[in-house]
Design a protein around this ligand. Structure first.
Ligand code: CO
Length: 420
């Protein structure tokens, strides 16, 4: 792919993936028909396959001679902080219909005000079938209180009650019916057939390039769909190795702690490792040795230095936009990087001629965490945490550097391609 094709593909992935359910469907499309769907209970693990459960996708290439000496893995997360629609959302106030929402993850609340919002996600019918919806237009909005009714807001700062102040309006009463009727219309089905859903609000503005030099990428969900897209591109472009299994693991539920069936703390990745080991006829001791030789690159965006708040970083250990992918290190093990895993990823930077940056948080500002330490702890696989520096993390609209996004795909491509 050329540079502009790459960027177009990334913009399309961001716009087409308002929820984790859409992200994994789009990743499967991007992997192509060579990748065969596998479900637990199928007799054979395909050489080139994937496992998809709700918003989580694991995809792999087995070693071509089924001799398992190591794994090369890329991990990322599919979910982003958002507002989810409650099961009984219908509510009214001041003659307007509102939709009740629940805060999902560490939302930067103010960023959701005064945006034109769509609705997307998974709907499950009473017969057990499930469907994805993705509204084409704006459905709802959370209007901010006018400055005339909140005169001190600019000096005191905006204080939002997480429950009362975030309910979006979506119709003028009496309206056209209940929210469930609207879902029924989207699916051309009777509202009575709908059992449950996981539906999110999303900003309908398209992802775009920004800046006089088009050097920035602006979109919702850059954290962490950028990494999911780069991981998918890397696996899709890879070829099988003789003795190394290649895996991408795109997990849901990172933003709420990863404790779920299909989160990074769940059993799916361990199960896949077991199945690969079994299909290669690897004994337990050899599997543990193979895991010890392996490398998981956990990719999740990093905090780039904000030009208006440079004091929030340690200047010697801070990543800047458009100066390269950051290696993330934390001695309290909030990141899983170790001196050995850092050495290995630095050799990939060198192989590709890329500039590495580094992120270590200030001692008085706790950093976030990622799926890296969780997966490393569960599976016993050496791991390094890296990520593209971005601004506005967890805003409804985030921003990063285009150059860094492209460099991430090159780095991850090299990881799945490298011979040592
Ligand atoms: Co993230």
């Amino acid at each position: 792919m050329s540079l502009s094709q790459n960027v177009e593909s990334l913009l399309g992935f961001l716009d087409g993936s308002p929820t984790p359910f859409h992200a994994v469907e789009n990743a499967v499309q991007a992997l192509g028909s060579e990748f065969v769907r596998y479900e637990f209970g199928d007799s054979d693990l395909p050489d080139t396959g994937y496992l998809l459960i709700d918003g989580t996708l694991l995809a792999w290439r087995l070693p071509s001679n089924r001799l398992l000496k190591s794994f090369r893995v890329i991990g990322a997360h599919t979910d982003s902080p958002t507002l989810r629609i409650r099961p009984r959302p219908d509510d009214n106030s001041a003659g307007l219909g509102r939709i009740g929402v629940e805060v999902y993850g560490g939302v930067l609340l103010n960023s959701w005000l005064d945006r034109d919002l769509g609705v997307a996600g998974q709907v499950v019918l009473r017969d057990g079938t499930s469907f994805l919806i993705h509204s084409s237009g704006a459905v709802a909005r959370i209007p901010q209180l006018a400055i005339h009714l909140d005169r001190e807001v600019n000096d005191r700062g905006l204080v939002l009650d997480r429950h009362s102040h975030l309910q979006p309006i979506w119709c003028t009463l009496p309206g056209t019916g209940r929210f469930v009727d609207w879902i029924g219309d989207q699916l051309n089905t009777n509202a009575d057939s709908i059992a449950s859903w996981s539906l999110s609000l999303f900003d309908i503005s398209s992802a775009c390039l920004l800046g006089a030099d088009n050097s920035f990428l602006s979109s919702g969900r850059i954290d962490n769909l950028l990494s999911c897209w780069a991981a998918t591109c890397a696996l899709s472009a890879s070829t099988p190795h003789e003795d190394t299994a290649l895996i991408i693991a795109l997990f849901d539920h990172e933003e709420v702690g990863s404790d779920s069936l299909n989160g990074a703390s769940g059993p799916l990745f361990d199960r896949l490792v077991e199945l690969i080991s079994e299909s290669c006829g690897t004994g337990k001791s050899d599997l543990y040795a193979a895991l010890g030789r392996s490398l998981l690159i956990s990719t999740d965006n990093a905090h780039g230095v904000h030009p208006n708040y440079p004091e929030r970083h340690d200047p010697n250990n801070a990543p800047f936009l458009n100066r390269g992918v950051a290696v993330k290190i934390n001695e309290s093990q909030r990141y899983a990087s170790t001196p050995h895993s850092v050495r290995r990823v630095l050799s990939l930077f060198e192989l590709e001629g890329l500039n590495p940056q580094v992120f270590v948080s200030r001692n008085n500002i706790a950093c976030g965490s990622t799926i890296g330490p969780i997966t490393s702890t569960r599976v016993g696989i050496p791991t390094v945490d890296i990520g593209v520096p971005q601004l506005s993390m967890h805003s409804a609209r985030e921003i990063c550097g285009v150059k860094d996004a492209i460099e991430l795909t090159r780095l991850l491509g090299a990881h799945l391609r490298a011979s040592s």
